[in-house]
Design a protein around this ligand. Structure first.
Ligand SMILES: [Zn+2]
Length: 58
């Protein structure tokens, strides 16, 4: 599961959320100020290996 990084436009804090690819475009609520004005920022995305099943396209 990839780790996504978000930035809050209200308090300018950065935070990371571990979520599935399908949920990456769902806006996250800021854990610092509860604002919904967050944007996903492009950063080094780390994949946490969970199993070694074969990749089936997509
Ligand atoms: Zn905030």
């Amino acid at each position: 599961m990839p780790l996504y990084e978000y930035k809050c436009n209200s308090c300018l804090n950065l935070f990371q959320v571990l979520k599935s690819v399908n949920e990456r475009d769902i806006s996250e609520k800021c854990p610092f100020c509860d604002s919904q004005k967050t944007i996903r920022i492009i950063s080094q995305i780390r994949y946490f290996p969970c199993n070694t099943s074969t990749y089936s396209g997509g």
